[in-house]
Design a protein around this ligand. Sequence first.
Ligand code: G16
Ligand code: MG
Length: 213
Amino acid sequence: NIDACIFDLDGVICDTAKYHYLAWKRLSNELGFDFSIEDNERLKGVSRMDSLNILLEIGEKSLDEETKLELAAKKNSWYVEYISVMKQDEILPGVKDFILNLKENNIKIALGSASKNSMRILKALDIVDLFDCIVDGNRITKAKPSPEVFLKGAEELEVSPEKCVVFEDAAAGVEGAKNANMFAIGVGDASILKKADKIISGFENLTLEILKF
Ligand code: G16
Ligand code: MG
């Protein structure tokens, strides 16, 4: 029996991954190199500074800490600009109904996101109230694949990790869920999300059957 479901944000509840990609690509172009959609997989679920370090590695640039902080801030300002025009209809198909269905069945709901912009996005989508607990990048010290973000959620919901299911679109996130001793449902491509217990392509017409392991 499952007591709680923990949802990643970017790539699971909404497609903000594309805005992250646009902002990182803009930064890489400004730095004089290109950044492909394949490279972008490595940034999913990873914190802002870790993402920048991966990007600089791809572009073979080494920069001092101060410059890196400036670049991360610049990327974030572009990203915030992109998401500032997000509308409620950018919630991915079926997610809201699925969460409401879970709640009707007394399953608790948490957010487990690496993003420091999660509140802004949840407000734009008008779904803040769906969550019993929100753990995001402002509240954690270790990025995915550390289990910290998920364990904090379970602790706050007062449920045991073995009774939690995590929905994740990133390899690092699936790994984090497994490190937390939780079930991991990968949202997306099985060839990328190798460690997931199950894979779904999205939430449309998804029933609670998916929670049977
Ligand atoms: C998200 C994205 C990552 C992003 C990270 C930090 O995590 O997947 O690509 O780098 O948050 O975001 P921000 O720069 O907004 O703090 P998640 O865990 O919601 O997929
Ligand atoms: Mg994600």
